[in-house]
Design a protein around this ligand. Structure first.
Ligand SMILES: Cc1ncc(C[n+]2csc(CCOP(=O)(O)OP(=O)(O)O)c2C)c(N)n1
Ligand SMILES: [Mg+2]
Length: 178
């Protein structure tokens, strides 16, 4: 959009995104603008709170130790559904619930956090959500909050494999839930 604005107005386009994936998504626009000599400025920044799936954390959890060593007060909120949820959802909807290698045997994340010198909190019920977030924000060291969520909650709407945006599924379910 910033690229189109710059092209149409002759002024400099400005894009703002969060760090991580947000910043990554700016790259295509920046590269396109650069090739056409369109003036574009990208503003991004660090966010200290990380919202992550259980398996995504499994793939990166050694970094928590690094955060402790360097005294970085990073907060990690894990949405723990006990599955590689995106993979499980595909298996449920397109492979007759034949769950293969999508179920996870996760460690106790709060205990893991404490083992490396971070704070660790487990959330099992809705009533614990508020107090856990308050405690997390009070911590001045890295902190992991392990939110146990429904194992088979689907992410909707979604575009089934091989279909177009106009064939998106689950829009009605989403509307009903709102
Ligand atoms: C580094 C890396 N390895 C593998 C993948 C492929 N991948 C996409 S989603 C996913 C599962 C993520 O599971 P989880 O973090 O538990 O999130 P959920 O879908 O359950 O919310 C994987 C392995 C990836 N995106 N990046
Ligand atoms: Mg998961």
């Amino acid at each position: 959009m910033a690229d189109a604005y710059a092209r149409a107005s002759g002024k400099t386009g400005v894009m703002i995104a969060t760090s991580g994936p947000g910043a990554c998504n700016l790259v295509t626009g920046l590269a396109t603008a650069m090739m056409d000599s369109i003036p574009l400025v990208a503003i991004t920044g660090q966010v200290r709170t990380d919202l992550i799936g259980d398996h995504s954390f499994n793939m990166t959890m050694a970094e928590l130790n690094t955060a402790v060593q360097h005294e970085l007060p990073i907060k990690v909120c894990i949405l723990n559904n006990g599955y590689m949820g995106m993979v499980r959802q595909w298996q449920e909807l397109f492979y007759s619930k034949r769950y293969v290698y999508s179920h996870l045997r996760n460690p106790d994340y709060a205990e893991f956090a404490k083992a490396v010198g971070a704070a660790g909190i487990t959330v099992d019920s809705k009533a614990q959500v508020g107090p856990a977030i308050e405690q997390m924000l009070r911590e001045d060291r890295p902190c992991v909050v392990d939110f146990h969520v429904d194992a088979e909650e689907n992410v909707l709407p979604m575009v089934p494999p091989g279909k177009g945006l106009h064939e998106m599924e689950g829009v009605r379910a989403l509307q009903n839930a709102m």
